[in-house]
Write a protein that binds this ligand. Structure first.
Ligand code: ADP
Length: 196
């Protein structure tokens, strides 16, 4: 594990299947900071049958986004946990401009603006191939071909505007997500090195 000299606050941005989860988990282990994946948090709530889970299940199953207010509240609570003091990696949040604005407001309150937003770029066909393979091994109810295609459309429609949002803040860093995972990892490590 590498000790960070200054806190590292990152967002991993990218379409479904772009490898955000893989890279987030690796960075979390490498730097000893939490990877916070809203998709995982929401799925856990569905599994546990909590009121929140019941509320969001239909959105997840259809590949639609859960309501902004709900995920923003989750993130607000999670970022107040002490394990985020040395940094965090957000995976799958923000996903709308409204979520990004809420995150900016929250981090401004905490006086810790984002260090960078890493955008994992992958073309649509590669995403369909990858998620199609993943569907053969996992149990996710949203990894069905029609829902996969819809999740990519939802990304293009609601999340892709964040590319410009963060470019305007000079926070955006592009990563070629079509490369093998270890090469993506090396590219990310290079970028983080330049931030420290
Ligand atoms: P993927 O990136 O492969 O779609 P995720 O686990 O990140 O997988 O997300 C799965 C689902 O969880 C999304 O399709 C959506 O329904 C819900 N979700 C996750 N993050 C958010 C978010 N920030 N805002 C709204 N819904 C979300």
């Amino acid at each position: 594990m590498q000790i960070l000299s200054v806190p590292l606050d990152l967002v991993l941005l990218g379409p479904p299947g772009s490898g955000k989860g893989t890279q987030a988990a690796r960075l979390a282990a490498k730097y000893g900071i939490p990877a916070i994946a809203t998709g995982d948090i929401l799925r856990a709530q569905v599994e546990a049958g909590t009121p929140l889970g019941l509320q969001v299940k239909a959105y997840l199953d259809r590949g639609e986004l859960a309501p902004d207010k709900l995920v923003i509240d989750i993130i607000r609570h999670r970022l107040s946990d002490p394990d985020t003091l040395l940094g965090f990696i957000l995976d799958g949040f923000p996903r709308t401009v409204r979520q990004a604005q809420a995150l900016d407001a929250l981090l401004a309150e905490l006086e810790r603006p984002l260090d960078a937003v890493l955008y994992l770029q992958v073309d649509r066909q590669s995403l369909l191939d990858r998620l199609g393979h993943r569907a053969e091994i996992d149990q996710r109810s949203d990894d069905r071909p029609d829902v996969i295609a819809h999740r990519i459309d939802v990304f293009l429609d609601q999340t892709a505007p964040l590319i410009d949002y963060y470019r305007q803040q000079s926070k955006l860093r592009l990563i070629d997500g079509r490369q093998p995972a270890d090469q993506v990892a090396a590219a990310i490590d290079g970028l983080i090195g330049s931030l420290q």
